[in-house]
Design a protein around this ligand. Structure first.
Ligand SMILES: N[C@@H](CCC(=O)N[C@@H](CS)C(=O)NCC(=O)O)C(=O)O
Length: 217
């Protein structure tokens, strides 16, 4: 597949976008990254909605169409480009890693998404409380799962980077941005620091990522 065959529509600070561009980087897949400015509501422009009716990022353009939902993208990338793997080999370990990933991807991020915060709460301070509440809930469950299963090492699944870490790190980044203290989750905070230090994570970090198509502001 050529670089131009894949286009990732993304917003620089979007945690859902980060997990997909990290997977692309880790697997050494070239792609074009196109910035969609959420603060300027570009996700709801008619042109973008025609391609991606979900009106969210990330969206991935492949030779067969444009797709939303970051977890579907991770699964497709894993099937299409299995090495280096982001899922363990056996089905039970995969079940566990997917559980960790979805605890944050499906059970936490949607509740702290800005459009949900805006819909649920009017005052900025009340939005912040809302976000803290749901992020703490998600991270508390994640930490408890790590303790319960006792399988973590460098990363959430031993020494293998996995979907779980691709969801955990952007979630921790979000939590820190809104002033949460990760010290109450010592195990996942350690994984966050170790994963953050890796090359693919650094290259795709919101503060360092280089877009193929420059952000409009
Ligand atoms: N379940 C979707 C969620 C996508 C999502 O919520 N993206 C956020 C950015 S992280 C977004 O585009 N928000 C724009 C909006 O809500 O208008 C996924 O995992 O891709």
């Amino acid at each position: 597949m050529h670089a131009s065959d894949l286009v990732l529509y993304e917003y620089w600070r979007s945690s859902c976008s980060w997990r997909v561009r990290w997977a692309l980087q880790y697997k050494g897949i070239s792609y074009i990254s196109q910035h969609i400015n959420l603060l300027q509501n570009e996700q709801n422009s008619l042109d973008f909605l025609r391609e991606n009716p979900a009106g969210s990022v990330p969206a991935l353009k492949t030779p067969t169409g444009v797709f939303s939902e970051s977890f579907a993208m991770l699964e497709w990338l894993e099937e299409r480009y299995p090495s280096p793997a982001l899922l363990p080999q056996n089905p039970e370990s995969r079940l566990y890693v997917r559980q960790l990933a979805l605890t944050l991807l499906a059970g936490t991020q949607p509740l702290q998404n800005l459009s949900v915060q805006r819909y649920a709460r009017e005052a900025p301070e009340a939005r912040r409380e809302w976000a803290h509440h749901w992020m703490h809930r998600g991270l508390r469950i994640y930490e408890a799962l790590l303790v319960q299963h006792g399988r973590c090492g460098t990363y959430s699944w031993g020494s293998q980077l996995s979907f779980a870490d691709l969801c955990l790190v952007p979630q921790c980044y979000n939590a820190l941005r809104v002033g949460m203290d990760l010290g109450v989750y010592p195990i996942l905070a350690g994984i966050y620091q170790r994963a953050l230090a890796t090359e693919a994570c650094q290259l795709t970090h919101p503060d360092h990522h280089v877009f193929s198509v420059k952000p409009t502001s």
